[in-house]
Ligand binder design. Structure first.
Ligand code: AHR
Length: 486
C-alpha cells in the first residue's frame, strides 16, 4: 500500500515536459517545416498535423536551433527574403537551406503556445552576433536591429524566456576546458540584455553525464551570472557509442540494460545537485536537463547523420522513468528537453511524406500531462517495493493539482503485472482519468502501415473510500487521476 500524505514539497515545473528541435536530419525540414507551397497541409509553412498532435501534449517550451548545430549557426543567414544556405557539418554534411529561421521558430511557438529557449553560438560565433540577435528579437525601438526585424515583417518584439550560452562547449561546441568556458560564459552573457519586460533566463552550458568537475568549475566561477546550468545525459543500451543496437530488435538483456542506464539519471542529478548546492544552497540556479532520451543505431537504410530511430515500449518506459526522476528532483530541475521532438532520437512523432505517427513516448507525455505545474507529493511506497530506484521493476510518481491527485506508474518487468494500491489523504469523489500505454510486446511500436499498434487503453480501477487500486501489465505505463474530498 502506498501511503499518499497531504503534504507536498515543490511544484513540478511544466517546463520539465520541454522539447528540443535541432536542424538535424528530418527534424525541422520535413518534420515541422514543409514550406507554404507544400501539398502537405500547413499553416505558414508549418505542418498542421504535427502542431495538432503536439498541442495535445501541451508542449511548454521548445529549445532551438541546436544542439551541436547551434555553435555553427549564424542567425542572420536565416532571416529576410534572401536566405543563405550553409553546410550542416555535424549532421550528415547536407546543405541547410536556412528557410526555417528566427521568424519561423516564433511562428511555431505561437502555433504551439510554447515558450522560447534559444541556444546561442559561442563555439564559432561572436559576442556581437549574440548581442545583435537579442536586440533583433526583443528590442522595441528604432535601433538598427529592431528596424531590421520590422523590415522583415515583424513589428513587435518577441519574448525570449530562455537563452543558452553555447552548447556542449566541452565537445562539439568548441572543445573547451571548464575554466575557459566559465570565462567566456561571463563575457557572452553580459550582452544577453533584457530590453523588454520579460526577463531572459540565462542558461550556461553544463556537464556531460558524470563530468562533475565541469559543474564544479563553472558554478565556482560563474554561478552568480546564470539562471540555469544544463546537463546532458543520453540512455544508450550499451556503454559503447559504436554498435548501440537496434531500436526495435533487442533482447531481454538490452531491455534491462537500457532501464539500468536510464535510472543512472537519478544518481547524476543527485551528484550534480550536491555540487550546485555548495555554491547555491538556495537553489536559485535551475538544473536544466536540456538533452535526454534514448540513442540507438539509426533505422537501416537511413543516413547515419540523421539520427532517425524507431520508438517502442522500451522508450515509453525510459520516458516515464526519467520524468519520475525529474519530478522527485523538481526543487532543482526546472526544465528538461527530450531529444528530440520529431524524427530524431527519442521522438514524439515520426513523419514520412504526408504521413505522421505518434510514438509510445508521445503517449507517455500525454499520460503525464496533468503533472505539469502540479505539486509533488512525496508518497511512500516502500512497503510495496515501489519507491523510486529500489530495483523492484516498478516506479511511480504522485502529484496534486486542482483538487485531484495524479498517480503514474511504470512497470518495466517483462513478465509480471503490477498491482498499485494507494491510500489518499481524502475520500475519492471521481475518477477523472485511468489510462495506460501498452503494446503486445516489449518492442511494440507504431509504423506507417500499422499506426495504432501502441496507444492508450483504459485501466479498471477499484475505489473504496480513500483507497485506489489498479493493475498495469508487464512493460507498461499507466496514469490514474482522481478527485479527492478536501
Ligand atoms: O541531440 C543530438 C546531439 O546530441 C546534439 O546536437 C548535441 O548537443 C548532443 O551531442
Amino acid at each position: 500500500m502506498i501511503h499518499v500524505p497531504a503534504t507536498t514539497t515543490h511544484t513540478i515545473d511544466r517546463r520539465i515536459y520541454g522539447q528540443f528541435a535541432e536542424h538535424l536530419g528530418r527534424s525541422i525540414t520535413e518534420g515541422i517545416w514543409v514550406g507554404r507551397d507544400s501539398d502537405i497541409p500547413n499553416k505558414n509553412g508549418i505542418r498542421t498535423d504535427v502542431v495538432g498532435a503536439l498541442r495535445e501534449i501541451k508542449v511548454p517550451v521548445v529549445r532551438w536551433p541546436g544542439g551541436c548545430f547551434a555553435d555553427e549557426y549564424h542567425w542572420l543567414k536565416g532571416v529576410g527574403d534572401e536566405r543563405q544556405p550553409m553546410v550542416n557539418t555535424h549532421w550528415g554534411g547536407v546543405v541547410e537551406p536556412n528557410e526555417f529561421g528566427t521568424h519561423e521558430y516564433f511562428e511555431l511557438l505561437n502555433q504551439l503556445d510554447a515558450e522560447a529557449y534559444i541556444n546561442g553560438n559561442v563555439g564559432s560565433g561572436t559576442v556581437e552576433e549574440v548581442s545583435d540577435w537579442i536586440e533583433y528579437m526583443t528590442l522595441d525601438s528604432t535601433a538598427p536591429m529592431a528596424e531590421l526585424r520590422k523590415h522583415h515583417g515583424r513589428e513587435q518584439p518577441w519574448k525570449v524566456e530562455f537563452f543558452g550560452v553555447g552548447n556542449e562547449s566541452w565537445g562539439c561546441g568548441g572543445n573547451m576546458l571548464p575554466l575557459q568556458y566559465a570565462y567566456l560564459y561571463r563575457q557572452y552573457q553580459t550582452y544577453v540584455r533584457q530590453f523588454g519586460e520579460t526577463p531572459i533566463s540565462k542558461i550556461a552550458c553544463g556537464a556531460n553525464a558524470d563530468d562533475f568537475t565541469w559543474t564544479d568549475v563553472v558554478m565556482a566561477n560563474a554561478a552568480e551570472h546564470m539562471d540555469g546550468l544544463s546537463l546532458h545525459y543520453y540512455t544508450l543500451p550499451t556503454k559503447e557509442w559504436h554498435g548501440k543496437g537496434s531500436a526495435t530488435e533487442f533482447d531481454d538483456y538490452a531491455w534491462h540494460e537500457t532501464i539500468r542506464q536510464t535510472r543512472r539519471m537519478e544518481e547524476l542529478v543527485t551528484q550534480h545537485g550536491r555540487i550546485m548546492d555548495k555554491y547555491d544552497p538556495a537553489k536559485r540556479v535551475a538544473m536544466i536537463v536540456d538533452e535526454w532520451g534514448t540513442w540507438y543505431d539509426v533505422e537501416p537504410g537511413t543516413n547515419p547523420g540523421f539520427l532517425y530511430q524507431q520508438n517502442t515500449m522500451r522508450d515509453a518506459l525510459v520516458a516515464a522513468l526519467n520524468l519520475n526522476i525529474f519530478h522527485r528532483h523538481g526543487d532543482r530541475i526546472r526544465m528538461a528537453n527530450i531529444a528530440q521532438m520529431v524524427n530524431v532520437l527519442q521522438a514524439m512523432l515520426l513523419t514520412d511524406g504526408a504521413a505522421m505517427v505518434t510514438t509510445p513516448t508521445y503517449h507517455v507525455f500525454d499520460l503525464y500531462s496533468d503533472h505539469q505545474d502540479a505539486l509533488f507529493v512525496p508518497a511512500d511506497g516502500e512497503s510495496l517495493g515501489m519507491a523510486g530506484s529500489l530495483g523492484s521493476e516498478a516506479d511511480f510518481t504522485v502529484s496534486t493539482k486542482d483538487g485531484a491527485y495524479t498517480i503514474s506508474a511504470a512497470n518495466w518487468s517483462l513478465e509480471r503485472e503490477r498491482k498499485v494500491s494507494l491510500e489518499l489523504p481524502g475520500a475519492v469523489t471521481e475518477v477523472l482519468r485511468a489510462q495506460m500505454v501498452v503494446g503486445d510486446k516489449p518492442n511494440s511500436h507504431n509504423t506507417f502501415t500499422e499506426p495504432d499498434a501502441v496507444g492508450l487503453v483504459e485501466i479498471e480501477t477499484a475505489i473504496t473510500g480513500n483507497r485506489v487500486e489498479f493493475t498495469i501489465p508487464a512493460h507498461s505505463v499507466g496514469t490514474v487521476r482522481v478527485g479527492v474530498e478536501e
